[in-house]
Write a protein that binds this ligand. Structure first.
Ligand code: ZN
Length: 147
């Protein structure tokens, strides 16, 4: 069965990101000319316009920069996930990405909470998405087991 959930459609320049995710690796695009990290994947460097881009493994750790809990009116394909937690994570490498926060304490997460990447295989597809979980201390402090 196909997922009704909106899923990424890899492009030539983002395919390595999604392939790495399938292999449970979070990678960051980097510019070989100016050595800056780029998130989300692009065809050329937004800083120096070089097309000489590569990939680096991320440590997969960072902190919650922004968080919201979707409790009602979920978009198509997400209604079975309510409540779910959307976050912008600032990785320790300095770039940010939007993702979901899952696991214990997620719905009580706060800005600044430490998180680590995990990966979610989307049922019925060959897509694996990077998601995040609170580090243990924050999960325990938040004291909840949902979502
Ligand atoms: Zn550059």
């Amino acid at each position: 069965m196909l997922s009704a959930r909106a899923l990424p459609v890899p492009t030539a320049w983002s395919a390595p990101y999604w392939e790495a995710s399938k292999n449970k690796r979070l990678v960051l695009q980097c510019c070989n000319a100016c050595n800056r990290l780029i998130m989300y994947p692009k065809r050329f460097c937004p800083f120096c316009l070089s097309e000489d881009l590569g990939w680096r493994d991320s440590k997969g750790t960072g902190e919650v920069y922004s968080v919201t809990v979707q409790r009602t009116a979920a978009p198509t394909g997400f209604s079975d996930r309510v409540p779910y937690v959307l976050v912008i994570v600032r990785l320790d490498e300095g770039v940010q990405l939007m993702s979901q926060l899952i696991g214990p304490g997620a719905d009580a997460a706060r800005c600044g909470d430490r998180v680590s990447v995990d990966f979610e295989d989307i049922s019925g597809t060959d897509v694996t998405l990077p998601v995040f979980r609170l580090d243990r201390a924050h999960a325990v402090a938040n004291g909840k087991d949902n979502p």
